[in-house]
Write a protein that binds this ligand. Structure first.
Ligand code: 4GY
Length: 222
């Protein structure tokens, strides 16, 4: 998958996407990630990307011209252009699975008070939010989406890693996990897990997942 990112803070992307599973995906060529500085599409001496809102009010908006020029130069035939802002559809494991089927994405990140509405109107195929809170700019949201989508690409996760996916795929929280020692600081591993009775273990885990979900995330059961 090819992912392009348009941001005012390209330096923020060094680090999180150069570690572990995402690093491996990039090395294998499964993820081709390019981060672009929006200011590269300005033409004035100050590389201006913001302007004041018509109608007044506090704060600045991202002006449309650099974003239009950038998107028009970066997008290709198959590219899904996705705006990131708290006003978008709520990102989820289901949306991550759908995005993992795309070949080309361009993530356009927000800053200041947000985008001139015409960016949304004329350029965006979709608008996503990583949750109902506001961060200082869209770089972290972009990285969250890139990470969640990349780990779902065929060949990225090894067999040992992919079982971690069960949680949200089955729409239940995970059952409790234990490793050695069987007793640690007086806390014992549930007897059934030491029993070797695989039918009983499966039953216990299913029940625990249900109980835990009912307790912590009842919204998932509805
Ligand atoms: N939440 N999901 C988010 C965000 C920063 C003010 C608009 C979010 O995706 N992006 O909080 N982005 C804001 C900052 C302008 C973008």
């Amino acid at each position: 998958m090819k992912i392009d990112v348009l941001t005012l803070f390209p330096a923020m992307f060094a680090g999180p996407l150069d570690e572990s599973i995402i690093k491996r995906a990039r090395k294998k060529g499964l993820l081709d990630l390019k981060v672009h500085d929006l200011r590269d599409w300005t033409h004035d001496r100050h590389r201006t990307v913001d302007d004041r809102p018509f109608g007044g009010g506090p704060g600045m908006l991202m002006k449309p011209e650099p974003i239009f020029e950038a998107v028009e130069s970066l997008r290709r035939e198959k590219t899904k252009v996705i705006l990131l802002s708290p006003g978008g559809r709520k990102f989820s494991q289901q949306i991550a699975r759908e995005l993992a089927e795309q070949t080309d994405m361009l993530l356009v990140t927000g800053h200041y008070e947000g985008f001139d509405e015409r960016v949304r109107q004329a350029l965006a195929d979709d608008e996503l939010s990583i949750g109902d809170y506001v961060v200082t700019n869209g770089a972290l949201p972009a990285m969250v989406i890139i990470d969640a989508v990349t780990r779902l690409l065929p060949g990225v996760l090894g067999d040992d890693e992919s079982s971690l996916d069960e949680s949200f795929s089955r729409d239940l929280l995970e059952y409790p996990h234990y490793t050695r020692p069987a007793e640690f600081r007086g806390m014992k591993v549930p007897e059934v897990l030491l029993s070797g009775n695989h039918a009983e273990i499966a039953k216990w885990r299913a029940e625990q997942a249900r109980l835990r979900t009912k307790e912590k995330r009842p919204d998932l059961l509805k």
